[in-house]
Design a protein around this ligand. Structure first.
Ligand code: GDP
Length: 679
C-alpha cells in the first residue's frame, strides 16, 4: 500500500514542503505533494522522524502506569481506546524502556492497534528484520522481541482469560472442603483377554432390580455402587484410548486393571499396557481372567507377572492379583473390593463445592445437537453453568446420568452427558466451568486462533536436536525413550549401547521397548510422556509417521548400533547435524531402452507409483542393488518435455551420466528434506 507525500506529511504532523525537502535530501525523486511513496520509503522517513521524536521525549518506565501507550515513532499524541491503556500526555523524558501490556496470543493487527501503528507499518518493521507475517497472524515470540527492540519498549504479558480460569481451577484446595471421591478405573490388556467381557460383567452385576428395566446409556463411562461405595469405570478399554487422552493432557484414570487371560499369559499388548500405565504413574491391579477355563494356569501367569516387575502379593511382591472369570462372575466381587482398597490407599479427594472441571470422554453430534460425555474431576457441575472444552463452549441445558436419568448436578468422578455445548470437542480435552458467556467466548476464540496458526499451539516436544538447548535451559535432565527393534537380540544390543551414555550427562528412561515396527500407540505414548522414539532395523507405519508429524514427535531410525551412541553424544553436546530425511516422490519401471546419439540412453518407462520429476535426484535399482545414483536429466511425455509425469503414464527418462540402464530396472525419485534445529 503506498502513501501520498501530503498524507505522510499529515501523519508526521509536518508540512508537505518540509517532507519534500527531506525526500530530496534522501535523493528520492518526487514531483509534488501528490506523488506516491512506496512503503519502504515511507517506512524510512517515519523511522527517521521517530528517532528524532524519541530523543525529544521518551516516557519513563518507572512512572509509567500499567498499560499506558508506548511512544510510537512518528505519532504525536498517541491515544488508545483500549481499556487497559490510558494516555499519559506529559511524561517526563527518561531512558527507561516503556512497558506495554499485551495478551498472548496477539496478532499483528491487534498489536499494531495497541501500539497505535498502522498494521502495514508494523508488518514492514518486521519485514526489515526478516520476519514475514500477515496481518491476522499470531506474532511469534521472536517477532515481539524484535518489535520491542525497535520501538524501545518491553512487552509484559497480561494473564489471558484462559490463564485466569486455569489459575482459578488449579488454586490450592481448601483442605477442609476436600471430600473423598470415587476412583476412576480403566481396563487394559491384550486383545481377547476379556476386557470388554469383564467391563460388562461388572456393569451388569451392579444394576439393581429397580434399574434393570431402565435404559442404560453409553456415555463413555459408568458408575457402580459396591458395598455402599461408588466406582467409575471408563467404557473404552485399552491403553490406546488411555494414552490418547493423556496426550491431550488429561489424566482421567486413577487405577488401571490389567486383564491377563489365565489360559494365555503375558502378551505383547499386555506389556504395552503395563508400560503405558507406568509412564502415567497409575497403579496397576491385575485381573487374571478366564480362570473357568481348564487350560488356565495361574502359577505360570504369576511367574510371568513377576518377570514384569509385577510380583503378586502372595509371592512376596506388591501387586494385587485377583483371579476372576467374566463368564462365571467368580472373583468379580474380590476385584471390586481390591479396587476400593487401592482407592483408599490413594486417598482420592476432591472439593465438591468448587466450580466443576474435568475431561471430555467422548462427544457426538446427534439430531438434537452436540452431545458431550464429561467426567467431572473436581467440583460439581450444575445445570445452567457455562462450560468450555477445547474450541467450544456452551451453557449446560440438560444433563443425563449413565442410567439415562436427568440430573441437575454431577459431583467429582461422575460421568454425565451434557447438552448445550456448541460443538463436539475431542475426547481427552479438558473442560472448565467459567464465569459467563463472554469469558467462554474470549477463550475459545483465542484457542481457535492458535489452532488456525498451525503449529503455534503445539508445545515444542523433546527431540535429539533440541536436547542440548533444553538441558541448558534447565528444561531437561532426562531423555525419555521408546525403543523398537527387529529382534530381542538387537533390542538388548541397543540397551547395552544406551547404558554406556554417562548418567551424569543425562538420565535415560526407557518408557517402553518392544519388538516390531513403530505403531501409533508408540507415538501416542511419546506424545503423552514427551519422549523420543528410536527404531532399530524397523520402520514406522504410515499412520504412526503421519501422527508423529502432527504431534511433533521425533522418530529416529537406526541401522547401525553405534550410530545411536554417537547421535546421543552429539545431541548432548549440541553438535547434532540437522536431520536429513529422504522423501519418496515416485517409482518407474524401465520397459525399453533407446540409444539416442549425443543424449545417451533414454529409458522408456512406466510410472508405477507417485510421480517422476525432472531434475529430481534418483537411484536406479536392479533387483535389490543400487546400480546408479544421479539426477533425472530429461523427461518426456510422448514427444514433449514434461516437468513431471504421474502414476499410470508412460514416459521417457534420461538419467544423467548413466548409459547402462536396462529394461526391468526401477528408477526411484526422491528429495531430501532437512529438518532444521527446533530450538
Ligand atoms: P477384549 O478384546 O479384551 O475386550 O476381549 P473380549 O471381552 O471381547 O473377550 C474375548 C473372548 O473371550 C470372547 O469370546 C469372550 O466370550 C471370551 N471371554 C472373556 N472372558 C472370559 C472368561 O472369563 N471365561 C471364558 N471362558 N471366556 C471369556
Amino acid at each position: 500500500m503506498s502513501t501520498r507525500v501530503h498524507q505522510l506529511a499529515k501523519e508526521l504532523n509536518i508540512s508537505s514542503g518540509e517532507l519534500l525537502a527531506k525526500l530530496k535530501a534522501l535523493k528520492v525523486s518526487v514531483k509534488s505533494h501528490m506523488s506516491l511513496l512506496n512503503d519502504e520509503v515511507a517506512g524510512l522517513i517515519k523511522e527517521d522522524f521517530a528517532a528524532k521524536l524519541k530523543k525529544a521525549s521518551v516516557p519513563s518506565k518507572a512512572k509509567a502506569k500499567e498499560g499506558s501507550p508506548v511512544a510510537v515513532k512518528g505519532k504525536k499524541t498517541p491515544v488508545s481506546e483500549d481499556k487497559e491503556v490510558s494516555p499519559k500526555p506529559k511524561e517526563p523524558p527518561a531512558k527507561d524502556k516503556k512497558i506495554v501490556h499485551i495478551k498472548i496470543p496477539i496478532s499483528a493487527k491487534e498489536l499494531s492497534g495497541k501500539l497505535l501503528l498502522k498494521p502495514s507499518e508494523l508488518l514492514q518493521m518486521l519485514l526489515k528484520e526478516g520476519i514475514i507475517v500477515h496481518i491476522n497472524q499470531i506474532l511469534p515470540e521472536d517477532a515481539l522481541k524484535k518489535i520491542g527492540e525497535k520501538i524501545d519498549c518491553e512487552f509484559e504479558k497480561l494473564p489471558t482469560e484462559e490463564e485466569k480460569v486455569i489459575q482459578l481451577h488449579s488454586a490450592p484446595h481448601d483442605l477442609l472442603k476436600m471430600k473423598p471421591r470415587p476412583p476412576v478405573v480403566t481396563l487394559m490388556g491384550h486383545v481377547d483377554h476379556g476386557k470388554t467381557s469383564l467391563l460388562d460383567a461388572i456393569h451388569k452385576s451392579s444394576i439393581t432390580d429397580r434399574e434393570a428395566g431402565g435404559i442404560t446409556q453409553h456415555i463413555g463411562a459408568y458408575e457402580i455402587s459396591f458395598r455402599g461405595k461408588q466406582i467409575t469405570f471408563l467404557d473404552t478399554p485399552g491403553h490406546e484410548a488411555f494414552t490418547a487422552m493423556r496426550a491431550r493432557g488429561a489424566n482421567a484414570t486413577d487405577i488401571v486393571i490389567l486383564v491377563v487371560a489365565a489360559d494365555d499369559g503375558i502378551m505383547p499388548q499386555t506389556i504395552e499396557a503395563v508400560d503405558h500405565a507406568r509412564a502415567a504413574g497409575v497403579p496397576i491391579v491385575v485381573a487374571m481372567n478366564k480362570i473357568d477355563k481348564p487350560q488356565a494356569n495361574i502359577d505360570k501367569i504369576k511367574r510371568q507377572l513377576q518377570e514384569l516387575n509385577l510380583a503378586p502379593e502372595d509371592w512376596g511382591g506388591k501387586t494385587v492379583v485377583v483371579p476372576v472369570s467374566a463368564k462365571t462372575k467368580e472373583g468379580v466381587d474380590s476385584l471390586l473390593e481390591m479396587i476400593l482398597l487401592e482407592a483408599e490407599l490413594l486417598e482420592l479427594k476432591a472439593d465438591p463445592s468448587s466450580p466443576a472441571r474435568g475431561v471430555v470422554l467422548e462427544s457426538k453430534i446427534s439430531r438434537g445437537g452436540p452431545q458431550c460425555s464429561l467426567l467431572v474431576q473436581n467440583g460439581t457441575l450444575k445445570l445452567g453453568k457455562f462450560i468450555l472444552a477445547g474450541e467450544f463452549y456452551g451453557k449446560v441445558k440438560a444433563m443425563f446420568s449413565d442410567k439415562g436419568k436427568r440430573v441437575h448436578t454431577a459431583g467429582p468422578s461422575t460421568p454425565v452427558e451434557v447438552l448445550g455445548i456448541t460443538g463436539s470437542p475431542e475426547a481427552g480435552e479438558k473442560f472448565y466451568v467459567v464465569e459467563n458467556e463472554t469469558v467462554a467466548r474470549e477463550i475459545t476464540q483465542g484457542r481457535q486462533l492458535i489452532i488456525k496458526e498451525k503449529g503455534l499451539g503445539v508445545a515444542k516436544k523433546t527431540s535429539l536436536e533440541n536436547l542440548h538447548e533444553r538441558i541448558i535451559q534447565g528444561k531437561e535432565k532426562e531423555l525419555r525413550l521408546i525403543l523398537k527393534a527387529d529382534f530381542q537380540g538387537s533390542l538388548e544390543a541397543v540397551k547395552s549401547v544406551l547404558s554406556k551414555i554417562p548418567s551424569d550427562q543425562i538420565k535415560l528412561t526407557i518408557l517402553h521397548e518392544g519388538i516390531g515396527g513403530i505403531i501409533d500407540s508408540d507415538v501416542m505414548l511419546a506424545s503423552a510422556s514427551d519422549a523420543v522414539i528410536f527404531g532399530f532395523q524397523v520402520d514406522a507405519d504410515e499412520r504412526a509417521k503421519a501422527h508423529a508429524k502432527t504431534e511433533g514427535i521425533e522418530i529416529r531410525i537406526y541401522r547401525i548400533i553405534y550410530e545411536i551412541y554417537d547421535e546421543i553424544k552429539k545431541a548432548l553436546e549440541g553438535m547434532l547435524e540437522p536431520k536429513r530425511e529422504e522423501v519418496f516422490l515416485g517409482r518407474a519401471e524401465v520397459r525399453q531402452v533407446f540409444k539416442v546419439s549425443k543424449v545417451g540412453a533414454i529409458a522408456g518407462s512406466f510410472v508405477l507409483k507417485g510421480k517422476i520429476v525432472r531434475n529430481a535426484v534418483c537411484r536406479v535399482m536392479r533387483g535389490k542393488e543400487v546400480v546408479h545414483k544421479g539426477k533425472i536429466s530429461s523427461l518426456k511425455r510422448l514427444k514433449d518435455d514434461a516437468r513431471d509425469v504421474e502414476e499410470g503414464f508412460e514416459c521417457g527418462i534420461g538419467v544423467d551420466n548413466f548409459t547402462q540402464i536396462q529394461p526391468g530396472d526401477l528408477i526411484e525419485v526422491y528429495h531430501i528434506e532437512e529438518t532444521a534445529r527446533t530450538l
